[in-house]
Ligand binder design. Structure first.
Ligand code: NAD
Length: 278
């Protein structure tokens, strides 16, 4: 089974658009981009486009790459205190001289639609999540939409980043899976991966996961966005070599990626609703 993230995200965005229009609310997402990294610019453009499609206002702030950490934090603070803004997204990566952790921590947790603030990470890891990072949140939605059970399953997450691997593991644990996190220093990676009923790969290495690394009948979720030897977009998983061995697999593109944006939209509307209740 091919897990069609594009289709599910379109379905959810259509529902969201309807909910937003019926709510009478004016949700607004503000994005901050520092510098002129083309990939970051493309991701932010995609997020603004999605906002426009569902009826979320969006405001884009582009800052010069030579700004100091405190100057970026000052822009974040303005958005924190602007009542018309419900979600704040700081596009990563920030330039090397910037203290990324300090900037992320400056975002008000109640507008942290990316779910990266340590307060929201803490809630997630204590089993009572509020804003959840969009990529792992979108993956949980995919699993639910495809009625893939997690309780009692052995889940292996490859990658331990703050934006994907760690929150993914926490979400799967909260959903009663037995979770192992692997990373670049894991000594028995292949063995661990092969034991997984649900394998999530968030490593960032083109076609790294071959058929020998997956269990027959497993569910494989490919988070990676890479280029293969011909410059073509591909995931961490060697899709063609693995697809016939597994029960379900996400393609790249068209799998996890669209769900990340859909979840960002959902988080922004959730935030607008919460602010309306305050
Ligand atoms: P990252 O570089 O922060 O983390 C990569 C992780 O992989 C690290 O924890 C590292 O320990 C682990 N790793 C590296 N080499 C390994 C190896 N040989 N064996 C086992 N583990 C290894 O990256 P990230 O931000 O977590 O993103 C991972 C991938 O997912 C990238 O390709 C990125 O582009 C993609 N991504 C996709 C989406 C999406 O919406 N689809 C969102 C975020 C990231």
């Amino acid at each position: 089974m091919i897990i069609n993230g594009k289709e599910i995200s379109e379905k959810r965005l259509a529902v969201l658009k309807d909910e937003i229009s019926k709510s009478g609310l004016s949700p607004c997402l503000a994005t901050i981009i520092v510098g002129e990294d083309p990939a970051s610019q493309m991701y932010v453009r995609m997020k603004h486009k999605a906002c426009g499609e569902v009826g979320i206002k969006s405001a884009g702030i582009t800052l010069s790459s030579d700004l100091k950490t405190e100057e970026i934090i000052s822009e974040v603070s303005k958005l924190n205190s602007d009542p018309s803004v419900h979600g704040i997204l700081v596009q990563l990566p920030l330039p090397k001289h910037v203290d990324t952790r300090a900037v992320i921590t400056a975002v008000s947790p109640d507008k942290d639609v990316d779910g990266f603030h340590p307060y929201n990470s803490g809630l997630l890891f204590s089993g009572r999540p509020d804003f959840v990072p969009c990529t792992p949140g979108g993956i949980m939605t995919l699993l639910k939409e495809y009625k893939i059970k997690t309780a009692g399953k052995k889940a292996v997450v490859a990658g331990r980043s703050v934006d994907v691997g760690r929150p993914m593991a926490a979400l799967l644990l909260n959903a009663d899976a037995t979770v192992t996190i692997c990373h670049s220093k894991t000594s028995n990676l292949e063995e661990e991966m092969k034991s997984a009923d649900i394998l999530v790969s968030a490593i960032g290495k083109a076609k790294f996961v071959g058929p020998d690394m997956v269990k027959k009948g497993a569910v494989v979720i490919d988070v990676g966005i890479n280029r293969d030897e011909n410059g073509k977009l591909c995931g961490d998983v060697d899709f063609e070599a693995v697809r016939d061995k597994v029960y379900a697999i996400t393609p790249v593109p068209g799998g996890v990626g669209p769900m990340t944006i859909a979840t960002l939209m959902e988080n922004t509307f959730t935030s607008a609703k919460k602010h309306a209740e305050l």
